[in-house]
Write a protein that binds this ligand. Structure first.
Ligand SMILES: [Zn+2]
Length: 276
């Protein structure tokens, strides 16, 4: 549910192609199209190049194992994605000394069904093990985090609903939900709901209601005037966003949501509380 916003994606994709092209016996111009296909082109490219499926046999397994030459570890090192974009809950890191990694590369279009996409850059989604497991092998039309056309931040929102007066001190006092925005198109809504359902976000985020409760309490503690005062009084804040990060515990700018777990939850609830 978080878009991958790395500014050098096309450059990294090209380097990925350059590093693997000699290992696959297909004419360069065709291979380049397959490896660099954009998220919305992947399926049609897989269908029109089905005849090359067998050329990719075992290629991913080989790529994903640790070795001295270019492999999945190196790709993840370049991408520097440290929080799973599907759930925004779990961190995913490379382990420098052993060259192991805590992440998986999810095949957005399963390699069992579309072998030709086994190494396509925009089909390889860095994710946590839990999300990769939750997703069945059948493609359920969830959303590719590389898809720039889908506005995750606007289309999928967390919100809370007060149940009773205990909401300021108890997680039982409010309801937390993750849902697709009601003002978006039918298709965007369907894809957003699929995303929430596939990765069990509503269920899993019930475990993070304590974070929401803290935000509710912080709203009480920090009126706007006090936030302004903190900014004015402490020179180590570069801007007001720094103050808000200190208060909310999460990054609040859209482009930074992937920097720390739960930032999307924190941003949506903080907006609802008019804390940011
Ligand atoms: Zn995840």
């Amino acid at each position: 549910m978080i878009q991958i916003t790395h500014k050098d994606l096309d450059k990294i994709a090209l380097e990925h192609y350059e590093a693997i092209k000699d290992k696959i016996d297909i004419k360069d111009s065709i291979l380049k199209k397959i490896i660099l296909a954009k998220p919305n082109e992947l399926k049609s490219i897989a269908i029109s190049n089905k005849r090359y499926d067998e050329k990719f046999e075992n290629k991913y397994d080989n790529f994903s194992t640790i070795k001295k030459e270019y492999c999945a570890y190196d790709l993840l090192q370049k991408l520097n994605i440290t929080v799973c974009p599907y759930c925004n809950r779990n961190t995913i890191y490379n382990l420098k000394y052993t060259k192991k990694r805590t992440s998986e590369l999810d095949h957005f279009y399963p390699k069992s069904e579309y072998p030709v996409l086994a190494l396509s850059f925009y089909n390889l989604i860095p994710s946590c093990k839990i999300c990769n497991n939750l997703k069945s092998d059948k493609n359920q039309e969830y959303i590719n985090p590389y898809d720039k056309q889908y506005n995750f931040n606007k289309n999928i929102k967390f919100n809370f609903k007060v149940k009773d007066a205990t909401f300021v001190h108890s997680t039982d006092g409010f309801k937390l939900t993750c849902k697709a925005d009601k003002n978006i198109s039918k298709d965007e809504k369907r894809r957003g709901r699929n995303n929430i359902q596939v990765f069990k976000l509503n269920d899993l985020y019930q475990n993070h209601k304590d974070t929401v409760l803290e935000l509710i309490q912080k709203r009480e503690i920090y009126p706007d005037s006090y936030i302004d005062e903190l900014y004015r009084n402490y020179s180590f804040f570069n801007n007001k966003e720094d103050v808000l990060r200190l208060i909310t515990g999460g990054y609040v700018d859209d482009k930074d949501l992937g920097k720390r777990p739960l930032s999307k939850l924190i941003k949506d609830i903080s907006e609802e509380l008019e804390l940011i």
